[in-house]
Design a protein around this ligand. Structure first.
Ligand SMILES: NC(=O)c1ccc[n+]([C@@H]2O[C@H](COP(=O)([O-])OP(=O)(O)OC[C@H]3O[C@@H](n4cnc5c(N)ncnc54)[C@H](O)[C@@H]3O)[C@@H](O)[C@H]2O)c1
Length: 439
């Protein structure tokens, strides 16, 4: 608890991967928090201090922080964004933008903004923190408020401050990650800065325009996608040349101006694979083509099928007339996460199932229950002709410290290591009669 708690009632709309730890960060800083979450099941779990998120602050798990917050009476849950906003001084919106067959669906975000805009009392600040296609804050919030007769910068304040945290490091990064912020007027900018600085101790850089702030967030995500594509192409090159790609990257990164990312099973989660869907409409609207960005996306999209095919070909060759059995360790969208949204590991499993393989996947951190998912690593590897080590999880890494349980795999089975899990994979697995392929 800070020595001088702010006299702030803050509504946070959307208590997902961002909104839950962000709202708790405001509570930790001494604010009164009104958290709005539309999903009844999620809200019911939160009210019982239940969450699957793997966040912790200084070693204290998010569940315990949530339990303390609820018990304090300063952290309340609401079903309705309007109800929370109506009782608060400021509202932070962290509603996501789902991606369906038709592309981005701004419907849920727009619906939330409509509720917040309608309920916002005089003097209220609306701070949008979702990642959005450039132009959204103006079209879907600023223009909406003006159409309701509100004067932004006078009786209501609006700003955009994109969220930059990485899942798993949220509490620390809310405090220590510098942020950018754009507003339509100086009064909104000042109000937003004071609310952001309740939690963020790192710098707040003001953008010359809201659209520049929106676009900068989108390109931050796009550049990670491109950097990972570089790592994937380097991985293929290293494999062909018989060199360890992780070693090449380790060496290159000793240069102070080089920061190569590592290859893996693909690019997952809601942020990076979809980043181009936020960027392209803006580029196309202005008649710009971006072949490099498109090529990078296509490189990354090809990785899950490549890994699946490699494992499948080996498993089929060993299985003969039997159904090939393939074990998968790690289903999350990235290492040490519980988030399986748009996870390349899940895509690998689905590809294998559709190709006729029996898939036995384990991931102790992922709460989603996929039909091919089980609990026990020993069950997964038993009799398998291939094992894919995809996204890392501490429980699975601990299980793999001693490789002898892999002896129950089919003789000559292939272990595909997508994240450099096994430091001495080739030697250790050869001793067990198994093959090893590190991407
Ligand atoms: N997850 C990350 O690590 C991360 C990092 C940086 C930025 N972002 C961005 O932050 C935003 C949120 O991402 P997320 O991962 O937390 O999404 P999420 O889906 O986990 O959370 C959003 C929550 O909003 C709720 N919601 C939707 N409409 C609502 C309404 N009208 N009222 C109340 N609640 C409502 C949903 O039920 C959901 O629980 C996205 O724009 C995302 O791109 C996410």
């Amino acid at each position: 608890m800070p020595s001088n708690p702010p006299n702030l009632r803050i509504a946070v709309v959307g208590l997902g991967f961002v909104g839950l730890p962000l709202s708790l960060s405001y509570w930790q800083a001494g604010a009164d928090v009104l958290g709005a979450e539309i999903d009844p099941q999620l809200r019911a779990e939160l009210s019982q201090a239940l969450t699957h998120h793997l966040e912790a602050d200084d070693g204290k798990p998010i569940r315990d922080i949530l339990a303390d917050a609820l018990a304090s009476g300063r952290y309340r849950l609401f079903a309705s964004a309007a109800e929370a906003t109506a009782q608060a001084d400021a509202t932070i919106v962290t509603v996501g933008i789902p991606h369906g067959p038709e592309g981005l669906d701004l419907g849920p975000l727009r619906a939330a903004l409509v509720q917040v805009a309608k309920a916002a009392p005089r003097g209220h600040l609306i701070l949008l923190r979702s990642t959005v296609p450039p132009g959204t804050t103006r079209k879907d919030l600023y223009d909406l408020l003006r159409s309701q007769g509100r004067t932004v910068g006078d009786d209501i304040f609006v700003a955009y401050c994109p969220e930059r945290i990485a899942e798993g490091r949220a509490f620390r990064e809310f405090r220590e990650m510098p942020v950018i912020m754009g507003a339509f007027d100086a009064a909104s900018e000042a109000r937003a800065r004071s609310v952001i600085e309740v939690v963020t101790r790192a710098g707040v850089t003001t953008s010359a325009s809201v659209e520049a702030a929106e676009l900068s967030k989108v390109i931050e995500n796009v550049q990670r996608d491109v950097n990972i594509a570089i790592a994937q192409e380097l991985a293929r090159t290293c494999e062909a040349g018989g060199i360890d790609v992780f070693e090449v990257i380790r060496l290159a990164n000793t240069h102070s101006r080089v920061h190569l990312l590592e290859p893996g099973p693909g690019v997952g989660g809601f942020c990076l694979p979809l980043a181009l869907s936020y960027f392209l409409p803006f580029a196309q609207e202005h008649g710009v083509v971006t072949p490099t960005l498109l090529a990078a996306r296509s490189t990354n999209a090809k990785v899950p099928p490549l890994l699946a095919e490699r494992a499948l070909a080996h498993a089929r060759a060993l299985a003969g007339n039997d159904q090939p059995r393939i074990a998968v360790f790690g289903l999350a969208m990235k290492d040490f996460s519980n988030d399986a949204r748009l996870s390349p590991a899940v895509e690998v499993c689905q590809y294998l199932v559709e190709a006729g393989a029996e898939v036995r996947a384990v991931d102790p951190a992922v709460p989603t229950r996929f039909p091919f998912q089980g609990e026990d690593p020993a069950w997964a590897v038993s009799g398998a002709q291939a094992l894919l080590l995809l996204t890392r999880q501490s429980g699975l890494e601990a299980w793999l410290e001693d490789l002898s349980p892999l002896q129950t795999m089919h003789r000559g089975a292939l272990v595909v290591d997508a994240r450099n899990w096994l430091k001495r994979g080739a030697e250790d697995l050869a001793a067990l009669g198994l093959r090893y392929w590190k991407i």
